[in-house]
Design a protein around this ligand. Structure first.
Ligand code: SF4
Ligand code: MG
Length: 339
């Protein structure tokens, strides 16, 4: 299996400024704080976590849409974080993003044709108008929009169709990697599966590589080959999709999973429910030791509060928990949590 993207010890810290001129730096929001991951060519990496965990920032940092503080993003052997601006601009067509809310990411004054032609012109794709029209026609077809859509404006479409326009805008440039940030969370549940299936079909046909970001575990389950779970700027667990859903090892993953209802009533009755105490701590001031220790039902005295667990391999998974094996075996029992 070929790696398309390798992220090494990536950090994105935003300064918190004060003063009349906002020139006094009083701290940093550690939105992404040391992430290592690999995305395999032609596969889907699902990235999940609560809002504010840094997953969107990580997605944007991989595409260099937000400046990185340190670390590397190796794409096809080159560190994107170190590429000169001009080189990065010409690579942009291979690195595309799909946004959560197509209404706010599409210019309401542009019809679909001009939305799509803009990118082609910016990247010098298609020798003339006819060629560009041909590329656009093929792209519309690929995302399941009719030809008459070209002369229409974003507000004339339903939410699901608008997301197809957003996908077409990314696709028309012939990308290799697409970061989809909450691609279906603004859509009706009945439409979500259609858009997810479309992404899946396009991947199959075009050999695309995806990073799909979602707060909803159910959304990424079926399209992801690998799923990573983020908490406060760091990956706490990563595993092949089947494995993660069958046997989550990190207490935080188990808690997320336990919040998803199961359709089978018998299983639903027996399903584990893990309640987390307290709110997500501030990424400006993450807890020492294991970042999850303030909310973890299995937290053990001293070590969890003092020593930061690293991601380590357990079978096919990578897990950042000192006690993952003893929790999985049932040797350690969760504490009662008062909520
Ligand atoms: Fe919980 Fe400790 Fe494991 Fe962190 S290291 S997840 S606090 S048991
Ligand atoms: Mg987000």
């Amino acid at each position: 299996t070929d790696t398309l993207v390798e992220v090494r010890d990536l950090k994105v810290h935003f300064p918190i400024t004060k003063g009349v001129l906002f020139d006094r730096v009083v701290g940093h929001v550690k939105a992404v704080d040391g992430v290592d991951l690999k995305i395999t060519k032609g596969q889907t990496y699902g990235l999940v976590g609560e809002s504010g965990c840094g997953k969107s920032t990580l997605g944007r940092a991989i595409l260099q849409l937000t400046p990185t503080t340190s670390g590397e993003v190796i794409y096809n052997g080159q560190d994107l974080a170190k590429l000169p601006a001009g080189r990065l601009r010409s690579m942009r067509r291979h690195l595309q993003m799909i946004f959560q809310d197509p209404m706010s990411s599409l210019d309401p004054r542009q019809n679909v044709e001009s939305i799509l032609v803009e990118g082609l012109q910016a990247h010098g794709i298609g020798a003339n108008r006819d060629e560009r029209r041909k590329i656009i026609g093929q792209t519309l077809d690929a995302v399941g929009l009719p030809g008459w859509a070209l002369s229409r404006y974003p507000h004339e479409f339903s939410g699901g169709q608008r997301q197809r326009i957003g996908i077409a805008r990314a696709l028309v440039l012939g990308p290799e990697l697409i970061v989809a940030d909450e691609p279906v969370s603004a859509l009706d549940v009945s439409i979500q599966a259609q858009v997810i299936n479309l992404l899946d079909e396009l991947q199959e046909e075009l050999g695309l590589t995806y990073l799909v970001i979602a707060h909803d575990l159910a959304v990424v389950r079926h399209i992801s080959d690998v799923v990573g779970v983020m908490y406060l700027g760091a990956l706490v667990e990563e595993a092949p999709s089947d494995r993660l859903y069958r046997e989550p090892l990190h207490p935080y993953t188990r808690a997320l999973m336990s919040a998803v209802p199961v359709p089978d009533p018998e299983v639903e009755d027996r399903r584990e429910r893990i309640l987390l105490a307290g709110d997500l701590p501030s990424p400006a001031n993450p807890p020492a030791g294991c970042r999850f220790h303030t909310r973890c039902p299995w937290a053990q005295p001293t070590r969890c509060a003092t020593e930061r667990p690293v991601l380590r391999e357990i079978g096919a998974s990578r897990v950042a928990c000192h006690f993952a094996e003893r929790i999985a075996s049932g040797e350690l029992r969760p504490h009662e949590v008062k909520v």
